[in-house]
Write a protein that binds this ligand. Sequence first.
Ligand code: ZN
Length: 134
Amino acid sequence: MKIEHIGIAVKSLETADKIFAQLFNQQAYKHETVESESVTTSFFQLGQSKIELLEASDPTSAIAKFIAKRGEGIHHIAFEVEDIYVELKRLREEGFQVLNDQPKKGADNKLVAFVHPRDCHGVLVELCQEIKNE
Ligand code: ZN
């Protein structure tokens, strides 16, 4: 596993984009809306890892609920795995609660699934695997 990205929940992507662009001295390389999650995202590349900014695109979004409860800040840590199906099976057997029955298509051409923060000392863990085009 490696840290693929860190997800940060923000109220305004437009405002946060500018701040993080100043911080990293580079622009976001991608903006993407994920309809299934009701989020708009932007990505910054930092060496092998990325920072994903997430803004809720509607009030029912998990990001909107997160911000209402805890404010802006780090929302999840994503680990890249070779085979997400194998890894999810292993984690379930270890007793982790996986929040998705099946991996789903997330931002940045990835299959993703989440592990409940209750099982990881308060950290929402995302597993992701690059979608390979046959
Ligand atoms: Zn993510």
